[in-house]
Design a binder for this molecule. Structure first.
Ligand code: SAH
Ligand code: TMP
Ligand code: ZN
Length: 399
């Protein structure tokens, strides 16, 4: 394939096989027309980006029945609250009447922290159902993809922005060169582009291959981010390592030459070199680790079955779609998956068709073993499930 960013030829280093949409929870009636594509990660040795070879059309993933509501996690609410305080004290407070834009604002979990204080803001969110929830929380939202024409429209109507933020969405957007252009249209000369996403370094360290699914067309490193946006006159000035989503990184970019470079960025870049994130060899080793991880998980579940223990999944996450389909785990090994999101309940998981049930089922009758698919929310879940844990029941981690 041609690299989406720089156009160089690059080839996949492995395949996870046929995959359904990560958030394509479905009913019995939909099974016949279920959509599949080949999930194969690629490393571009020229611009050093990690991407997937083919991706379903964005409209197939982001629409009025989008299954992911950011507010389902209390810890993410706290995270975005702290993040907004940091942003205000570091970059916004010294500006008069600042204007903040968020790409992929979902149900308003982040922007509500600005809306509450009357700070000028705008969320850009193509999935109508989550955008509607944001409006209920007083967050101004346009239901659209972040395009060049929308950027010009916003500039004309609301003026240039001080900051464009994005969390867990930049990695969803195939055309990053368009984002670079849009940021140039919309940002003031001293404006900043700040985004956070699951981090390639964490994925390589933990073999958390479940970060790889249709919506995540990229998994970023600081090395890649600085190259991608340099082509549009932006300079990476800071990186902040985060615990969210199993290991993420926040990237701060300003116009070239306008800002001091933070020491944290220098350290991040050094560590990435040590980890070999810029070298194809690393991804060969990663492929082997994925294969080992698959073997380990299948054996652990088969052992539970042989021992007559009932296993239930905890959290029907988008990430678990990759695990279940790659490891070929269906309802012969897992009874059902418990999830707190109403629109997933009563449906089947994409591809492997394991039933998703309400959390009350899990509470009413604890299984012998729970496999923690929402492992990135481990702290929050362990707090909540002390009774399950202390009764001698078992947690299995897929990663
Ligand atoms: N920022 C939230 C939501 C992340 S999910 C959080 O961190 O929890 C990604 C969101 O981005 C979804 O709500 C999706 O509808 C939206 N999105 C996807 N592609 C987009 C695009 N091109 N422009 C703007 N939003 C997009
Ligand atoms: P995420 O990994 O994409 O954030 O999705 C987490 C999923 O896990 C989401 O569908 C909600 C579900 N979940 C629970 O069922 N119980 C919980 O306690 C938490 C934190 C999440
Ligand atoms: Zn490239």
């Amino acid at each position: 394939m041609k690299c989406r960013v720089c156009g160089e030829e690059c080839a996949p280093f492995m395949s996870f096989g046929k995959m359904p949409l990560a958030n394509g929870f479905l009913t019995e009636n939909d099974i016949e027309k279920e959509y599949f594509y080949e999930l194969s990660p690629v490393f571009c040795n020229n611009c050093k980006t990690f991407q997937i070879e083919s991706q379903p059309e964005p409209e197939a993933m982001f629409h009025d029945e989008y299954a992911f509501f950011s507010r389902t996690s209390e810890r993410m609410k706290e995270h975005f609250n702290k993040y907004s305080s940091w942003l205000k004290s570091t970059y916004l407070n010294q500006r008069t009447d600042p204007f903040i834009i968020e790409i992929g604002s979902n149900d308003g979990i982040f922007l509500e922290n600005f809306a509450k204080e009357g700070i000028k803001h705008l969320g850009i969110e193509p999935s109508g159902n989550v955008a509607e929830e944001a409006r209920k929380h007083g967050v101004n939202t346009v239901v659209e993809f972040f395009t060049e024409s929308l950027s010009s429209e916003i500039k004309e109507k609301h003026g240039e922005a001080d900051i464009i933020c994005a969390a867990n969405v930049m990695c969803h957007i195939p055309d990053l060169n368009e984002i670079g252009k849009n940021a140039n249209i919309l940002l003031k000369a001293n404006g900043l582009l700040i985004f956070e996403d699951p981090y390639l370094g964490s994925m390589i360290e933990k073999t958390s291959y479940d970060q790889i699914y249709d919506e995540h067309v990229y998994i970023f490193s600081a090395i890649a981010v600085s190259k991608i946006f340099a082509a549009h006159g932006f300079e990476l000035i800071d990186t902040i390592q985060l615990e969210t989503h199993g290991g993420s990184m926040r990237y701060v970019l300003g116009r070239k030459g306008k800002w001091d470079i933070n020491d944290r960025l220098i350290k991040t870049l050094q560590k990435e070199k040590e980890l070999g994130l810029d070298s194809p060899k690393t991804y060969d080793l990663f492929r082997k680790s994925c294969e080992e991880s698959k073997e380990r998980l299948r054996k652990a579940l088969q052992l539970e079955k042989i021992n007559g223990r009932r296993v239930v999944g905890y959290g029907a996450t988008s990430k678990s779609t990759t695990i279940l389909n790659y490891c070929e785990i269906g309802s012969e090994l897992i009874d059902y998956i418990s999830d707190t999101t109403p629109i997933k309940q009563g449906k089947l998981t994409p591809g492997m068709h394991i039933p998703v049930k309400a959390y009350s089922e899990f509470c009413n009758e604890h299984p012998d073993t729970a496999i923690l698919f929402a492992w990135n929310h481990r702290k929050e879940i362990m707090e909540k499930e002390k009774e399950f844990t202390s009764s001698g029941r078992k947690w299995l981690s897929p990663i």
